[in-house]
Design a protein around this ligand. Structure first.
Ligand code: ADP
Ligand code: ADP
Length: 229
């Protein structure tokens, strides 16, 4: 079954007047697929990601993540879905500043009530996988931007979520570091993770198997770039 299904999704914001951020979006993310959403600023990319990430609910239409209708969940139910099924990577890393790399990666496993020793082992394995085996006990401020984003990716993958969401993950690093970050997403994709990436950079989007263009809250066109979906 697909990991994500959006059917005729609309999202309106009311700020005095009504802003239509998404205007009838259909989108399916098959298991194991790697999709990039691209579009100009204000086209609805963040709104789309917030809905798929169960941070918000649609005005109408349905958002289904791993078979669960996000619109039918309480705030608490959505928090649970985020914690178990969804890994997030943000432009600004969003690490906990007072926790070490290994402690940051362990966080989702603390919420998932993993045993202390298994947690530490899983976090170490993931940090080794992203090339930070020698930085386990460093604080975020002791790491470069690219290293921080590696920690964030390890954290996003820690609880083995059904879906990995990334919002401009290379937006705060230089070009070479961005390519290194993208190779970690490629590695996650090779391991079977389902990935949705939002970016305004063409070069970054080309790492995905499919590029979905949005503009003014609607889907414009879709490019297929090889891969297997
Ligand atoms: P993008 O991520 O492509 O830049 P957004 O999803 O952030 O686009 O925004 C789409 C439209 O919705 C814009 O007109 C934006 O101003 C509006 N919008 C987004 N989030 C909110 C919000 N929380 N409240 C009001 N308007 C919003
Ligand atoms: P991006 O370049 O990542 O799309 P945006 O500036 O469009 O960044 O949006 C960043 C965040 O602010 C998003 O979570 C979006 O929902 C929110 N946002 C965007 N526009 C508005 C707005 N007009 N009012 C309130 N929140 C907004």
């Amino acid at each position: 079954d697909p990991v994500v299904v959006l059917a005729d999704v609309r999202k309106e914001y009311d700020l005095g007047g009504t802003v239509t951020a998404l205007d009838g979006i259909d989108l399916t993310l098959p298991a194991g697929s790697y999709t990039a959403i691209v579009g100009p600023s204000g086209s609805g990319k963040s709104t789309l990601l917030n809905l798929i990430g169960a941070l918000d609910t649609p005005t109408s239409g349905t958002v289904t993540v791993n078979g669960t209708d996000v619109g039918g969940l309480s705030e608490r139910g959505r928090a649970r879905l985020r914690g178990t099924e969804i890994g997030f990577v943000f432009q600004t890393f969003n690490l906990m500043p007072r926790l070490t790399a290994v402690e940051n990666v362990e966080l989702p496993l603390v919420f998932a009530e993993w045993d202390r020793r298994e947690r530490a082992e899983r976090a170490r394995t993931l940090l080794e996988r992203v090339g930070l085996g020698d930085r386990l006990d460093h604080l975020p401020q002791e790491l470069s931007g690219g290293q921080r984003q590696r920690v964030a990716i390890a954290r996003a993958l820690a609880a083995d979520p059904a879906l990995l969401l990334a919002d401009e993950p290379t937006g705060n690093v230089d070009t070479d570091t961005g390519e290194e970050i993208m190779s970690l997403f490629a590695d996650a994709h090779d391991r079977g993770n389902t990935i949705l990436l939002v970016t305004h950079e063409r070069r970054i989007a080309e790492h995905a198997d499919r590029i979905v263009h949005v503009r003014d809250g609607v889907r414009e066109r879709t490019e297929h770039l090889g891969g297997d979906d």
